[in-house]
Design a protein around this ligand. Structure first.
Ligand SMILES: CC(C)(COP(=O)(O)OP(=O)(O)OC[C@H]1O[C@@H](n2cnc3c(N)ncnc32)[C@H](O)[C@@H]1OP(=O)(O)O)[C@@H](O)C(=O)NCCC(=O)NCCS
Length: 461
């Protein structure tokens, strides 16, 4: 009931704003300034009028079950429905594909239009999107000390470890931290959090590309940032694949739709927790990247590809559904999870997986790729096997079931790097919430923990 009401109100919010695509040329800060007072008033009313309203029970199973399903965080930008998947301010992925501006010369959603939607709840105009692209491009170069730091790391260090280190070290120039030290009013926190967040989002492509080049292609120079390109256009360019339009479009879509997935997922939640201590956005997001580096979360995309390639190596090219079924059972019987399947919240195929599959459907070269065909065939078999296995609550594919294989097709074959791309993306949603947490004056996060003895005692009472 609560979920339905929340969904309904966020959908009407989206309809209201998506129908107002005027020729606005606001900056993202001006657009935010406009919407913050109404949200502050909404929060104040919730607190004073409904502060003691009950939203659900806390059960012992929540404490021992990773708090699954426990309604315990405020998060405005996206809502994850177990059956229909993610909506960003009420807009589903197909809605976003219809209404969010693409890059010049492109068709797919871009990081900037998604960031604008996440931050302001509004669909940006074309002019606003271009303006944000330029703003980010102007901030995109890395400071020298970060270049030196990343270049000094052993290339055997996992790319995610390097990314987290680079992001943490960017806090050298945190305006939030500097302003806090000087002493600022709480009502101004969000403006500094916004500046840091935009700076970080702007620099992530150059940082992530430098890691890629150092580890995998040290012989080539990295091009500078092109101020006329969007964030992902520049990223792909710096990775060294700028002439591949299809890969650029794929990464635009991938990065935009990976941007946010509610607040309770490990990386978003980590950002929120760390930032609630008033640590600056760089430190908060560095922590998130290490949560993302776990195989049950972001590392799954690297694991999926490894697993599919092993399947192909073992079974050869003419793989039948029966072969896949046997391979799946072998994976399960050896006590491993099937990577790319299952989800903490979703109970249907992930619409992000579907969007990436649809991207493949429109490109004959992708459809002809044996690894992509294998992903599709696995999807035709795996849900039934996982249902029969009977453990996972969601036998369907999540986004990671498809994402890495397309990168592999386009020549980005270093799958240890894939989670870094996810890390560039998740910043959009996680940092949006950091800005909003400061705008709404949300407090330090500090849930109550209980020992097993204390739980037993409470049950007796
Ligand atoms: C995503 C994931 C971590 C969610 O975990 P969860 O919320 O605990 O999932 P469930 O409640 O469905 O798990 C219940 C049981 O099913 C198992 N299970 C879940 N997904 C499974 C999968 N893909 N293959 C085999 N077993 C799976 C769990 O390990 C758990 O077993 P246990 O009781 O022995 O501990 C889990 O589905 C998983 O490990 N998937 C594979 C990794 C992956 O694709 N991650 C990317 C997520 S976007």
């Amino acid at each position: 009931m609560f979920r339905q009401t929340a969904l309904k109100s966020s959908r009407s919010f989206a309809r209201q704003w998506s129908s107002r695509r005027l020729a606005s040329t606001k900056t993202i800060r001006e657009a935010l300034e406009e919407v913050i007072p109404a949200k502050q008033a909404q929060l104040k009313a919730l607190k004073t009028e409904h502060g003691s309203a009950v939203l659900g029970d806390v059960k012992v199973e929540h404490l021992i079950g990773g708090m699954r399903g426990l309604k315990s965080m405020l998060w405005d930008a996206s809502v994850l429905d177990p059956n229909e998947g993610i909506r960003f301010h009420g807009l589903s992925i197909p809605d976003c594909q219809k209404s969010l501006p693409a890059a010049q010369g492109g068709k797919e959603i871009i990081a900037e239009s998604m960031l604008w939607l996440l931050l302001t709840g509004k669909v940006p105009t074309e002019a606003e999107t271009r303006q944000l692209s330029r703003q980010l491009a102007e901030k995109g170069e890395l400071p020298d000390h970060i270049v030196k730091l990343i270049d000094s790391l052993p290339t055997s260090l996992h790319p995610m470890t390097q990314l987290g280190m680079g992001v943490a070290a960017l806090n050298h120039d945190s305006v939030f931290q500097a302003a806090y030290e000087k002493g600022i009013k709480k009502s101004e926190y969000w403006t500094y959090a916004l500046e840091d967040s935009l700076n970080l989002i702007a620099k992530l492509p150059a940082l992530a590309a430098r890691i890629y080049r150092n580890v995998y292609k040290p012989e080539n120079d990295i091009p500078g940032i092109n101020k006329d390109l969007d964030l992902v256009g520049n990223y792909v360019n710096m990775l060294g694949y700028g002439d591949n339009h299809d890969l650029t479009e794929y990464l635009r879509l991938y990065i935009a739709i990976h941007g946010d997935h509610e607040g309770g997922n490990a990386s978003a939640h980590t950002t929120h927790l760390i930032a609630s201590t008033l640590a600056d956005p760089y430190l908060a997001y560095a922590g998130a990247l290490y949560a993302l580096a776990g195989p049950l979360h972001g590392l799954a995309n690297q694991e999926v590809l490894r697993w599919q390639l092993n399947m192909r190596k073992e079974l050869g090219d003419n793989i039948t559904h029966e072969h896949i079924k046997e391979f799946l059972w072998r994976t399960l019987k050896s006590g491993q999870v099937v990577p790319g399947y299952g989800h903490g919240v979703l109970r249907n195929p992930d619409p992000r997986f579907i969007a990436l599959q649809e991207f493949c459907e429109t490109r004959p070269a992708l459809l002809a790729d044996p690894v992509i065909q294998l992903v599709k065939k696995t999807y035709e078999v795996a849900p039934a096997v996982l249902k029969e296995h009977g453990k996972t609550k969601n036998p369907y594919p999540n986004v990671d079931a498809a994402s890495g294989c397309v990168l592999y097709h386009y020549g980005l074959t270093q799958f240890k790097y894939y989670t870094v791309i996810f890390g560039v993306s998740r910043a959009l949603g996680a940092l949006t919430q950091t800005v909003w947490a400061r705008a709404l004056g949300l407090p330090l996060e500090r849930p109550k923990s209980l020992s097993m003895d204390a739980i037993e005692e409470l049950i007796k009472q």
